[in-house]
Design a protein around this ligand. Structure first.
Ligand code: GCW
Length: 678
C-alpha cells in the first residue's frame, strides 16, 4: 500500500537563508564509531538537502574517503557556509546535541549517535521551516528520558482503537519489515521518540508467541531497523505466557518453576534480540491475567519479570490501569477512579529498579477532561511513565479534529505538592523530582497503514506534537503546532493562521459539545464514538454520571467515595469543596444541582446549553476558515480534511442536540436564550 511522508516530505524547494550554500558533509567520526544511527543521520541530511535545496551533499570523511582534500579545502576558503560537520564530543549528556553555525559551516556535536541524529533532524527542521541557518546556536537535551509510542496492534493486522487503517507491523500473524517500517522509524525519530512497543497490551493468540522461536528472527529484524534510528523496541507480554504456551500450569510469581521459566525465556529472547528494550505488561486488567490469580501483588509479578530481564538491561513497564470492570451500577461506594491509587500506592518502594509503572494521565480512561492521576504525587520511590493517548478513542477517533498537546501540557504543569518544589508531573516523569532515569512519557499511537498515517491529516499534529513535547516540554502548544504546520504544508501565513486557529480551538470545541464539566463518558458503548448519554450509565464499567431530575455528578468528596482526598494538600481540599473545585472538573468530584451557580457566573444547566451551542459554532467557524484555503493547499489533503470536517459537523450537532435534549427533559429547565432544544 502506498504511503506519504507526512512532515518528512522533502519534495519542493524551500527558502532558507544559508541552506543553499551547503555542499558537503564532513563526517568527523571514526569509522568504528559509525553505527547505523550515524549512517542514517548522514543519509537523512543528504536526502533532505537534495530535496529542499537541490544540492546533493557529498560525504567527506577525514583520512578515509578518496575525496579530493584539495577541493574541500578550496571550498572552505570561499565565503559562506559550505559544510555540515558531524562530531562526537564526549562530555555532553546522553542524547543531547549542540547545533551551531561557524564561519564556513554548520556543526552538529553530540556525545552519542542519537544526539547526532536528533541534531540532524533539528537542522532539517530549521531548513524546512525556513529559519535562517546562518546564526544557529542551539543546545538541546531531551527532558523525558523515555519517549515512547505504544501501538495497540494485533498480529492479525487489526489495531485496537485504531482509526487509521490496519497495522503496518503485522499482517495475518506475520511481522512486516518493509519501506513503511523505515519511514515510520524516521518519522518517530525525527521528533525524538526513542522507544516503541509494537504490539497491543492485550496480548492474546499469536502475540503470546512473539517471545518464541516462531517469531524471534523477524522480531530481531524489526528491532534492528528501529535501532538504526535510535529507537529501542519493546513488546507487550502476556503475563500468563508460561501457561498459555502450554509449558507450565501456573504463572505464580513466587513459584520457583515459574521464576526459572522466565529466566530461561528472557535469556533466550534477549540473546536473539539484543536490541530489545524490554516489555510492557497489562496484568489483572480488563480480563488479562496477572498475579492476583495467585493471591500475589503487582510488585511480585513485576519483580519476577524484572529480575529475569535485568542481566540483559531489560526494563519491565507495568501498567497501573487496574480496576474492577464487573461493578454493579447500584453500588455507590466502589469508585473506579480510586482503583489505580488503591492498587499501587501501597507498593511504593517495593519495585526493582528496572520496573517502571506506567500511569494513565487521569484516573478513568482518556476522557476529554479528567483530573491528573493521583498516583502522580502519591509515589515517591517508584519509576513512573505518564501514559497519554494520541489515538483519539474518546476524542473523536481522528474523524474530529482534537489537538491534544494543550491538554498534555496542562497535565505536565500540574503541581502534585509531593515536595515543595520540582513537584509537577513533568518534574516527576522527567526524573527531576526523585533523580530517576527510568521514566518519561508514552503515547498510545494514532497511526495505521492509511496513506497519510493518521487517517485525519491534521491528527498527525498529535503524533508530531507528542514527540516534540516529550523532548522539549517547554515548547508551547502553539509553537509545536506552528512547526508541524510549516513542516507539513510549507510556510504560508494564511495556511499558518488558519490551521493554528483550528488546532488551538479543537480541544476546547470538542470538550464543549460532548459531556460537560469533567463528567466524561456519555459515548456509545464499546466503540466509543458519538453521543449516548446513558450508554455507560447502567453498565459494569464503573463509569457513571448519576444524573436525575435535580442534578448530576459523582460525589467523590469526603462524603462520597473519598477520591478527592487521595491528592496532596492543597489539591485535596480544593477538589473536596464544591465551592473551590474548578468548574471544568466539578461534576467529576461532586453531585451538583442544575441550578447551582458555577464560578463562571452561570448555572450548571445554562452552562450545558451554552457550551453545546458554542462548541458547534466553533466547528462551523473552523470549517468556514478552512474552506478559504481551497486554492492554497494541496488538493488531495484539502479534500481529505474537508470530508472529515463534514462528518465532524454532523456528529457535533448530534452531540449538541442529544445532550441538550437529555438535560432539558431531566431538569425541566428551559434555555434562557430560547434556542431549539428538542
Ligand atoms: O481505553 C481502554 C480501551 C481498551 C484498552 C484499555 C487499556 C487496550 O477501551 O481498548 O485496551 O483502555 O488501556 O488497556
Amino acid at each position: 500500500m502506498k504511503f506519504e511522508q507526512a512532515w518528512l516530505d522533502y519534495t519542493g524547494k524551500v527558502f532558507c537563508d544559508g541552506a543553499d550554500e551547503i555542499s558537503y558533509i564532513h563526517l568527523e567520526i571514526q569509522e568504528k564509531e559509525q553505527d547505523e544511527v550515524i549512517k542514517n543521520s548522514v543519509k537523512e541530511l543528504q536526502n533532505a538537502f537534495a530535496g529542499l535545496t537541490g544540492h546533493k551533499l557529498t560525504l567527506h570523511e577525514e583520512g578515509l574517503s578518496g575525496g579530493d582534500e584539495a577541493a574541500y579545502t578550496a571550498a572552505d576558503a570561499g565565503a559562506g557556509l559550505h559544510k555540515i560537520r558531524l562530531v562526537l564530543q564526549k562530555g555532553m549528556p546522553a542524547e543531547s546535541y549542540r547545533l551551531y553555525t561557524e564561519e564556513n559551516g554548520i556543526t552538529i556535536e553530540a556525545s552519542d549517535s542519537r544526539g547526532i541524529l536528533y541534531g540532524a533532524f533539528d537542522l532539517i527542521r530549521q531548513v524546512k521551516t525556513g529559519n535562517s541557518i546562518k546564526d544557529l546556536d542551539r543546545t538541546k537535551s531531551p527532558v523525558m528520558p523515555m519517549r515512547m509510542l505504544n501501538h495497540w496492534d494485533n498480529m492479525d493486522g487489526s489495531i485496537e482503537r485504531g482509526y487509521s487503517g490496519e497495522s503496518f507491523f503485522f499482517e495475518n500473524n506475520t511481522i512486516l519489515v518493509n519501506d513503511r517500517t523505515d519511514t515510520y522509524a524516521r518519522l518517530a525519530a525525527s521528533v525524538g521518540i526513542n522507544a516503541v512497543v509494537i504490539n497491543n497490551v492485550n496480548v492474546k493468540d499469536a502475540a503470546t508467541w512473539l517471545i518464541t522461536e516462531r517469531y524471534l528472527d523477524k522480531v530481531k529484524e524489526l528491532s534492528d531497523v528501529l535501532a538504526g534510528y535510535g529507537i529501542q523496541m519493546y513488546m507487550s507480554l502476556n503475563y500468563a505466557a508460561p501457561v498459555e504456551l502450554g509449558e507450565l500450569d501456573s504463572a505464580d510469581p513466587l513459584s520457583e518453576d515459574v521464576r526459572g521459566w522466565w529466566k530461561r525465556r528472557m535469556e533466550f529472547v534477549f540473546r536473539k534480540v539484543p536490541n530489545l528494550g524490554g516489555f510492557l505488561i497489562k496484568a489483572d486488567s480488563e480480563g488479562r491475567p496477572g498475579p492476583f490469580t495467585y493471591g500475589r501483588t503487582h510488585a511480585d509479578g513485576a519483580n519476577m519479570l524484572a529480575e529475569a530481564a535485568a542481566p540483559y538491561g531489560g526494563n519491565i513497564i507495568w501498567r497501573c490501569f487496574v480496576y474492577n470492570c464487573q461493578q454493579d451500577w447500584r453500588d455507590y461506594k466502589t469508585d473506579r477512579a480510586r482503583s489505580g491509587y488503591d492498587n499501587f500506592q501501597g507498593l511504593d518502594g517495593k519495585f526493582l529498579d528496572n520496573v517502571v509503572l506506567q500511569i494513565k494521565n487521569g484516573p478513568m480512561d482518556f476522557q476529554v477532561r479528567e483530573p491528573v492521576h493521583p498516583l502522580f504525587g502519591g509515589l515517591k520511590q517508584t519509576n513512573q511513565i505518564l501514559e497519554v493517548q494520541i489515538a483519539q478513542e474518546y476524542t473523536g477517533q481522528q474523524r474530529h479534529l482534537c489537538y491534544l498537546i494543550p491538554m498534555f501540557q496542562e497535565i505536565l504543569k500540574f503541581r502534585t505538592y509531593i515536595k515543595e518544589e520540582n513537584d509537577t508531573v513533568e518534574d516527576i516523569v522527567s526524573g527531576r523530582t526523585f533523580r530517576q532515569h527510568n521514566c518519561g512519557m508514552a503515547a498510545v499511537a494514532n497511526t495505521g497503514n492509511d496513506v497519510n498515517w493518521t487517517g485525519h491529516d491534521m491528527a498527525a499534529a498529535n503524533l508530531y506534537g507528542f514527540g516534540r513535547l516529550a523532548f522539549e516540554p517547554e515548547l508551547s502548544a502553539e509553537e509545536i503546532a506552528r512547526e508541524w504546520i510549516f513542516m507539513t504544508f510549507g510556510k504560508d501565513s494564511q495556511i499558518e493562521e488558519t490551521l493554528l486557529f483550528m488546532l488551538m480551538s479543537s480541544w476546547p470545541a470538542y470538550e464543549k459539545y460532548t459531556s460537560p464539566l469533567g463528567i466524561g463518558w456519555m459515548v456509545n458503548p464499546n466503540y466509543h464514538y458519538g453521543p449516548s448519554v446513558d450508554g455507560y450509565e447502567y453498565s459494569r464499567w464503573g463509569t457513571y454520571h448519576r444524573a436525575d431530575h435535580m442534578g448530576i455528578g459523582v460525589d467523590r468528596s469526603h462524603e462520597g467515595t473519598g477520591y478527592a482526598l487521595l491528592y496532596n494538600e492543597p489539591n485535596a481540599s480544593v477538589y473536596d469543596d464544591k465551592r473551590r473545585c474548578p468548574d471544568e472538573l466539578l461534576l467529576f468530584f461532586h453531585h451538583i444541582p442544575y441550578t447551582w451557580m458555577l464560578r463562571s457566573g452561570k448555572t450548571v444547566i445554562q452552562h450545558i446549553y451554552d457550551t453545546h451551542f458554542e462548541g458547534v459554532e466553533m466547528v462551523d467557524e473552523m470549517i468556514e476558515r478552512f474552506m478559504k484555503l481551497q486554492d492554497k493547499m494541496d488538493k488531495v489533503k484539502y479534500r481529505r480534511i474537508v470530508e472529515r470536517f463534514m462528518e465532524q459537523k454532523e456528529n457535533a450537532e448530534e452531540w449538541r442536540d442529544q445532550i441538550n435534549a437529555y438535560f432539558y427533559r431531566k431538569s425541566g429547565i428551559s434555555d434562557e436564550k430560547g434556542r431549539d432544544i428538542y
